[in-house]
Ligand binder design. Structure first.
Ligand code: B12
Ligand code: SF4
Length: 514
């Protein structure tokens, strides 16, 4: 039930730069920190810039003397650009009277630099669930912030950083406060689970990951520890939400859903026992973990509705996989693909090119791996061949620094730190020369058009628009697939127009295709 009155806390989820169809998932980062506030009786408003226009007028109307603070979430990349614009609007409306609190992966790992920006008053470092509640309580009661773990904040001319916040137990998490959102805006015809029409991203049944892939932010944000919800709590979340929203599919966003295979099996068994008729997608699966599963476990997974599983294949070059400390073999990726075919799962492989010391021979191995996987399994799907972009506080970041990386020195400087765009200036992959960097950007763009375009078109809701869109997209996909396969990636001027349109619509404008 909606609480009466203007909000005590306003939470803003900025656009990400990848805002179309099913990628517009609920802002779980904010929902999870809103839950304890809502439970404690505060009035919380979540404004998601991907699903609604956030204007100065809207903020003016919502921000009253009852408002204790404004919270903003940010990942490295385009989201920072939009976050800064939103924070600018808040400043315009409040003239600094209401503190702006930043949280999320990027502020967590660059906390001091983030705080340096004039649009930031307080940074919540790490998990915000408990920290943010304590912060809001302190603001409400005019108490000192120094005793709250997990903060860094401006204090007159100085800066105060408090003790670190220990990681939470997942059993303590409250249910997702769905009533704070218009959930229908996040229920999609799905780009992965295509036969289903009411698919919702339910969030996570575990946090963190014990592995240490050099490029990944998980360890720097969540301390290289896997923390599961119990089987009962996970099942309760899934069953309750599926029934409540009449879903026929869902996504789970765990870093590693299958790592405890017994737990995964029991959750799946519970779903079968509950007779849920659903298909689901999980975003975190390792090929080595998958290959350890028994046939019995995979049969149960399939029976429960597992449809599409995303695997980090990363590279076709074993040398690069080893350098990334990925801990997998190319052969395991090939075997996983075959095993998925055998058990009727659709594998989606994530790939990355341009790692320090990577040669075009290595890159071509990744392109050849895609070809091989597609030949072995016509259902296999591929994400963008992302251009490696070192994320701060990861092991790969130190390696990149050794190879000439000069990271941004301001919060704003990180807003074009993107995995799927050209690096004309040599800021993100300076170990390649300008011509090579163009080739890499071309490969990333071509891979989107060759591999991901179909999924984007498939997630168009309108039955009228979908067929003609695919009629247009299909030859484009085939053309770029052919060029990639034949390594014709260095002179592709037609991509500049596509890049221009993408920047105009997704990175800089207010447009969201949803
Ligand atoms: C879903 C997702 C997306 C979605 C967007 C989110 C959405 N809701 O739709 C999409 C697909 C768009 C996406 C895109 C990208 N993603 Co992403 N994504 C995720 C994923 C899988 C889940 C996010 C999530 O909901 N987590 C669950 C919540 C509860 O965790 P959380 O966000 O960390 O929030 C907690 C704290 O951070 C904090 N907190 C968060 N926000 C706030 C705000 C306030 C005010 C406070 C107080 C606290 C707080 O409290 C929360 C609860 O403890 C994560 C991996 C992960 N496991 O988190 C990667 C992840 C967030 N993504 C990541 C990256 C790098 C990207 C890209 C930015 C890559 C890039 N630069 O090109 C792209 C953006 C593309 C672009 N063009 O800019 C990195 C972030 C690293 C970083 N340094 O920021 C992650 C962590 C993956 C990883 N392991 O490296 N992503
Ligand atoms: S890439 Fe996946 S397996 Fe590797 S550390 Fe990150 S979450 Fe864990």
């Amino acid at each position: 039930m909606k609480k009466q009155g203007k909000p005590n806390v306003i939470l803003l989820y900025p656009k990400t730069g990848l805002d179309f169809g099913s990628t517009v998932a609920p802002p779980h980062s904010l929902l999870t920190i809103a839950a304890p506030l809502d439970h404690a009786g505060y009035r919380v408003a979540i404004l998601d810039q991907r699903t609604q226009r956030i204007t100065v007028d809207l903020l003016q109307d919502l921000i009253t003397p009852e408002c204790l603070c404004i919270g903003i979430s940010a990942m490295t990349g385009t989201q920072i650009r939009h976050a800064l614009r939103l924070a600018g609007m808040v400043r315009q409306v409040t003239d600094g009277r209401v503190p702006i609190v930043w949280g999320g992966p990027h502020p967590t790992i660059t906390s001091e630099q983030t705080l340096d920006d004039k649009h930031v008053d307080i940074v919540v470092i790490g998990e915000g669930d408990q920290t943010f509640l304590e912060l809001v309580d302190a603001l409400q009661n005019h108490k000192d912030l120094q005793n709250i773990q997990g903060l860094i904040f401006k204090n007159g001319p100085g800066v105060v950083q408090t003790a670190p916040r220990p990681l939470l137990s997942m059993e303590e998490l409250l249910p997702v406060p769905w009533h704070l959102l218009d959930v229908e805006k996040y229920i999609h015809r799905d780009m992965y689970v295509k036969s289903r029409h009411r698919v919702l991203d339910l969030g996570q049944t575990s946090r963190g990951c014990p592995f240490h892939c050099g490029f990944c932010s998980s360890a720097s944000i969540r301390g290289r520890k896997w923390r599961p919800m119990s089987v009962a709590k996970s099942l309760d979340m899934i069953v309750r939400d599926v029934r409540r929203f009449n879903l026929d599919g869902f996504w789970l966003r765990d870093d590693e859903f299958y790592i405890d295979r017994h737990r995964a099996y029991e959750i799946c068994k519970g779903m079968v026992d509950e007779k849920l008729d659903v298909s689901f997608y999980t975003s975190g699966t390792r090929v080595d973990v998958f290959m350890k599963a028994t046939d019995e476990e995979l049969v149960m997974l399939k029976k429960a509705g597992a449809h599409t599983l995303k695997f980090g294949a990363e590279s076709g070059s074993q040398r690069i996989l080893d350098l990334m400390q990925k801990g997998i073999k190319v052969e395991q990726t090939i075997a996983t693909n075959r095993r998925c075919r055998q058990h009727g799962f659709i594998p989606v492989f994530a790939l990355v090119i341009g790692y320090p010391t990577e040669t075009f021979a290595d890159i071509n191995m990744t392109i050849d791996l895609v070809d091989r996987l597609r030949k072995d399994n016509s259902q296999a799907q591929f994400e963008t061949m992302a251009t490696f972009t070192a994320l701060p506080a990861t092991p790969s970041f130190s390696l990149a620094m050794e190879h000439g990386l000069r990271p941004p020195e301001t919060l704003e400087g990180w807003s074009d730190w993107l995995f799927d765009d050209y690096d004309f200036e040599g800021r993100r992959i300076p170990w390649f020369n300008p011509e090579e960097r163009v080739c890499l950007g071309n490969i990333s763009y071509m891979s989107i058009l060759a591999n991901a375009l179909k999924n984007a078109v498939d997630s168009i809701e309108s039955q009228v628009l979908r067929p003609p869109a695919w009629l247009l997209a299909r030859p484009v996909s085939s053309y770029f697939r052919f060029r990639l396969k034949n390594k014709l990636y260095c002179h592709v001027p037609e991509l500049y127009l596509i890049r221009y349109l993408r920047h105009k619509f997704f990175y800089q404008s207010d447009l969201t295709i949803s």
